[in-house]
Design a protein around this ligand. Sequence first.
Ligand SMILES: Cc1ncc(COP(=O)(O)O)c(C=O)c1O
Length: 384
Amino acid sequence: MTDIKLISNPFRDDKYTARLSSDDCIKFHKSLPDYSSSPLVDLYELSENLNLKSLQIKDESKRFNLNAFKSLGASYAMAKIIVSQVGNDQLDLDFNSIMQHKNATKEMTFATATDGNHGRAVAWSAEIFGCKAIVYLPEGTSRHRISAIESHGANAVVTELNYDETVEYAARMADENNWILIQDTSWKDYEDIPRDIMIGYQTMIHELSSDHFIWPTHVFMQAGVGSFAASIFDAFCNIDRPRPKFILVEPHGAACYFESIQVGDGKPHTVKKLDTLMAGLCCGTPSIIAWDIIKQTADYFVICDDGIALDAMKQMAEKKSDDQSIVSGESGAVTTGIIEKICSNPKYSNYLDVLGLDDSSSIFCISTEGDTNPDLYNQALGRQ
Ligand SMILES: Cc1ncc(COP(=O)(O)O)c(C=O)c1O
């Protein structure tokens, strides 16, 4: 088995215009307690060693002390639901305004399914707004992810199902119990809430305007159901600058985008057997909103083995140069791992040509999580 595979996207549409963008997401996030922009890290030495102009990584391990970017989506979507349910057209999408309606929020129960990070984000959002949350998890979820969710007062229920089945189960339970389903993936007739979650993620791109951000030639984003990568690609398309090349990265063992593109009928397909250590990316079915955006915007689809993420976790943690170290979990580190391998291993020199990577290239990635699974993190770093 090759450890990296790359295909180009026959469905890409040069004329794609951004469809998610909304400026109120960053304004809303700034109103939340303890908001601060996540750091943008410039890996000077690594980029020099890899013969690149720059390699910039946004470090989401610092987001609201929650160790992952997901709170941006859940909090924004939950706030929009609360505002619409309180039924007050005058109510601002703003933390203090929502907190005037505690009597209403305490009656609301939100349900979701999660690999861990989205569930923690829903639990935290429910906690700050004074709502209840019930979070369903697939079998085999790490104990740290479960206790992280419970630490926000949510009810965490581990199922005997895989991720895709857990999503269906949570939807059914929400329906039967009159809870509000807040899911980070979309399907036919369930699109408004996942779209708001994707808009919430775009705060990460809005924040770059106040950083010393080098406009990228290449943007590498990792995908589970694709909501995250689609929101980032869409946000870049909304800025009037030369469009970077967009590269979608997935694990071999959960590559629903790569496999769907290979089928070639332009439709999303489900991968039934899921097998990867990258828990956040371990999803078998593309979100339909994300599929439409990624199909039109991505230039290339790349898959790789878990080993590439594990190597990158170690490399990003170890400070061997003046570059800043980054605590990056398995789903966060994979894009940096791919770049490092493609740029340094002669075996992949043809990928350098295909992607057009050279000393004039500026790459942007997001390390989407910190050590959300400390056991695996310590193992990757050789600490146990
Ligand atoms: C850390 C991390 N990175 C990336 C992703 C991928 O996001 P999406 O499922 O929207 O593709 C997830 C999803 O849970 C995640 O937890």
